[in-house]
Write a protein that binds this ligand. Structure first.
Ligand code: ARG
Length: 466
């Protein structure tokens, strides 16, 4: 006999085509543990409401324990006829407890409040795993920043040499967004920390159950305020999906830098053998596949978010079956991040920077031109003119195929003549080094060594507080 959760008013079972379409056990079975935990809490609520005797409750809890064991060891699993994880678990419970008792558990709940609760439980647990993995990555970036010491590198805007920066400063620029991603997850948890159990199909339940006790047992600090919202809302699932997508994008931007730094032309960084791959045809190749996969998978994480938002758009506000489509999107994101992040962190932790290359490249491409302009400002030249004068120095150097520090005293004297006395002009040389340039950017958040040390200490303190 077909053991469905519905059927009373039907003269036939579902057509095979419908059954195939409707089926979700292939992806929602991973909610089984949470469903059994929910069922245990719900059974106790039924007991407190007088709908299960003490003896029945005891037998129900025993049966749920047995069911959990069977799920754990794989001796119980969904079969072809089970529509979803809830259908399968009811079948399993009835196998163990019998029709009479097993059939009582469903009173006062609907798969609508049940599934809304389960996705929250599952996501909350995995968000903590992901936050932990993200903090590992943040710590790897902090370690690399500490190891980088005073090493300078070319800071770029538009990918063009802009101003020298500390390598540690550039690395920390990737740590902060990741710290914010963790903060986002923590903040999101405050909103998703409400149990929809008791919302029923949409209107609440008549059986005098205590949703607050159920919520507490399931690790929630409160119950959703509106039973329709409790069953229908997926904004919190979408918010999680945004954070997952944002995390992917943040990692992708770091990946892009690593890929570029790892090219032969840049040679800023070397990846550890254990975190690089080879080529099947070109024996010399050592490829940054982890960074490339991270960059690629960010597209997939974004797709999961946009797919979910598209599903939600235009849904009337109460349960509709469309909502079943929320799960695969976030399951895919979680699976993706839980595999990606450990590999990515390993790559970051073991990469080695070519300090000599970084140092040599840092001041080139006229990266100290701003320092000349600012030195002129300190000597009383209005910035508009200072910018022009420094630009004129660049023009001379570029024309000769030289760098700024190759200019002669006469060049500086002539170029600055309208604004500075000749004995002062050559003094500009004091700012023509990348370390001097970096150290002069000593305001809060700047790239001066002391400020970067301070920044690293702040990051550690913030991580400590999470
Ligand atoms: N499997 C569904 C989901 O994941 C829950 C079942 C609700 N079905 C229903 N006919 N009300 O959203």
């Amino acid at each position: 006999e077909h053991l469905a959760l519905w059927g009373g008013r039907f003269t036939s079972g579902p057509s095979p085509e419908l059954a195939r379409l409707s089926k979700s056990t292939q992806f929602d079975w991973r909610l089984a543990d949470d469903d059994i935990a929910g069922s245990r809490a719900h059974a106790r609520a039924l007991g407190r409401a007088g709908l299960l005797t003490a003896d029945e409750l005891q037998r129900m809890e025993d049966a749920l324990d047995t069911l959990q064991r069977r799920v754990d060891d794989g001796s119980f699993a969904p079969i072809e006829d089970d529509e979803d994880e809830a259908t399968a678990l009811e079948r399993g419970l009835i196998d163990i407890a019998g029709d009479e008792l097993g059939g009582k558990l469903r009173a006062g709940r609907s798969r609508n409040d049940q599934i809304a609760c389960l996705i929250r439980m599952w996501l909350r647990r995995h968000s903590r795993v992901i936050a932990g993995l993200l903090l590992d990555l943040v710590n790897a970036l902090i370690e690399q920043s500490e190891k980088a010491g005073r090493t300078v590198m070319p800071g770029r805007t538009h990918m063009q040499h802009a101003q020298p920066v500390l390598l540690a400063h550039q690395l920390m620029a990737h740590a902060w967004p990741l710290i914010r991603d963790v903060q986002r997850l923590i903040d999101w948890d405050k909103r998703i920390n409400a149990s929809p159990y008791g919302s029923g199909a949409l209107a609440g339940n008549t059986l005098g159950l205590d949703p607050e006790a159920v919520a507490r047992e399931l690790g929630f600090s409160r119950v959703t305020d509106n039973s329709i919202d409790g069953t229908a809302a997926r904004d919190l699932v979408a918010e999680f999906a945004f954070v997952a997508a944002m995390t992917g994008v943040d990692i992708s931007r770091l990946s892009e830098e690593i890929i570029i730094w790892n090219t032969q032309e840049f040679a800023f960084v070397r990846l550890d053998d254990a975190y690089s791959t080879g080529s099947s045809i070109m024996p010399q190749k050592k490829n940054p596949d982890i960074a490339e996969l991270a960059r690629g998978k960010s597209g997939r994480l974004i797709g999961d978010l946009t797919g979910l938002l598209a599903t939600l758009k235009g849904l009337p506000t109460a349960y509709a079956r469309d909502l079943q489509e929320d799960k695969e999107a976030v399951f895919d994101q979680v699976d993706t991040l839980e595999v990606l992040l450990p590999a990515f962190t390993g790559m970051v932790r073991t990469m080695r920077f070519g300090a000599d290359r970084l140092e040599a490249e840092a001041p080139t491409g006229f990266a100290l031109a701003t320092d000349i302009a600012e030195w002129l400002v300190k000597n009383g030249v209005p910035f508009r003119h200072a910018h022009e004068l420094s630009g004129a120095c660049v023009k001379i150097a570029e024309g000769r195929g030289q760098e700024l520090w190759d200019l002669t005293d006469e060049d500086f004297i002539d170029t600055f003549a309208a604004f500075l006395p000749a004995d002062k002009a050559p003094g500009v040389r004091q700012v023509l080094s990348s370390h001097g340039s970096v150290d002069s950017r000593n305001g809060k958040g700047g790239t001066a060594y002391g400020r970067v040390r301070e920044q690293i200490a702040d990051a550690k303190a913030q991580v400590e507080e999470l």
